[in-house]
Design a protein around this ligand. Structure first.
Ligand SMILES: Nc1ncnc2c1ncn2[C@@H]1O[C@H](COP(=O)(O)OP(=O)(O)OP(=O)(O)O)[C@@H](O)[C@H]1O
Ligand SMILES: CC(C)(CO)[C@@H](O)C(=O)[O-]
Length: 276
């Protein structure tokens, strides 16, 4: 059985911890992109998880297998987004695996129940907070309260499947940032502020502008990003940092961004995770 889930790039966020991982997560805003994780699940003598054809530890996906699979499975995930760079690869892998396991074994779980298994795996692994909730929704997602799909509250800002340009300089460990109390105090303060401001006028443009304000005020933006965003803005585009990656996303920024490295082009994915 095969299923897929979109990449998700967060623009701003604030962690909302909770002893119950189903209720823990984050609030914030982010874009789903058509760089997908596609997972095929088949029954097997023993469980194996392959990421892009390579047997991998894949701790997040293994938690999903332990939660949902009634017998050993072979899980093969093809990822078309960069790993470890803020594209929600671990969340997309976990969510697409959960959908595929549900279909392969006829578990009869709803999308929210499947999403809950992936969300809990992601939060428990420390590799993400709100990606799965957003990836189960699709589009430009505003997370209003934290939690697994069916528990967290989301809304969407209506946008067409517009093009997004991305420049990835390298990975940034989500787990390290989330576990740094000093950094997270600033992140949470600024993320809550950005959400309040966005809800006053929820538009795509405000999302990008507030994301860039968040990245700088939270102390996450890097020097090269300032130059890249300025170059994009000087030619009429908009840009901000991909949370959490050493990466930039831009709207109408392709030519300017290309001066800083290889640009990946993607489109907003309006759908969430699904069986194929
Ligand atoms: N599909 C997947 N299944 C299981 N593990 C994955 C998958 N994709 C990435 N990982 C691993 O999850 C770990 C955490 O990745 P990390 O959360 O830092 O980045 P990400 O998920 O790509 O982006 P984000 O910052 O949006 O979470 C990394 O070791 C990565 O190799
Ligand atoms: C923490 C995070 C930014 C990592 O991608 C994401 O999971 C989110 O928005 O909660």
């Amino acid at each position: 059985m095969r299923a897929s889930a979109p990449a998700h790039i967060t623009g701003f966020f604030a962690a909302r911890p909770d002893p119950d991982p189903r209720l823990a997560g984050s609030v914030g805003g982010g874009l789903n992109l058509d760089l997908s994780a596609a997972t095929t699940v088949s029954r097997s003598e023993e469980t194996a998880v392959l990421l892009n054809g390579v047997v991998s530890e894949a701790p997040v996906t293994r938690r999903v297998v332990d939660t949902l699979a009634p017998s050993p499975v072979r899980v093969e995930t093809e990822l078309s987004m960069p790993l470890g760079s803020g594209f929600g690869a671990s969340g997309a892998g976990a969510l697409s695996s959960a959908y595929a396991i549900n279909g392969a074994f006829g578990l009869g779980l709803t999308a929210n129940a499947v999403g809950e298994a992936a969300h809990v795996a992601e939060v428990a692994s420390g590799t993400g907070l709100g990606d799965v909730l957003a990836q189960n929704t699709g589009g430009l997602v505003v997370r209003l309260s934290p939690g697994a799909p069916g528990l967290g509250v989301v809304d969407r800002i209506p946008v067409p499947p517009l093009e997004v340009e991305l420049l990835v300089r390298g990975p940034l460990s989500t787990k390290e940032v989330l576990s740094d109390a000093g950094t997270m105090r600033g992140v949470n303060r600024e993320g809550e502020r950005a959400l309040r401001e966005l809800l006053k006028r929820p538009t795509l443009e405000r999302f990008v502008t507030l994301s860039w304000e968040f990245a700088r005020r939270a102390g996450l933006a890097r020097g090269w990003m300032e130059d890249a965003v300025e170059a994009v803005e000087s030619r009429g585009g908009m840009a901000s940092m991909v949370m959490l990656g050493d990466a930039i996303f831009a709207l109408n920024g392709g030519d300017a961004l290309a001066e800083f490295g290889d640009v990946i082009r993607a489109r907003v994915s309006l759908g969430g995770a699904s069986l194929e």
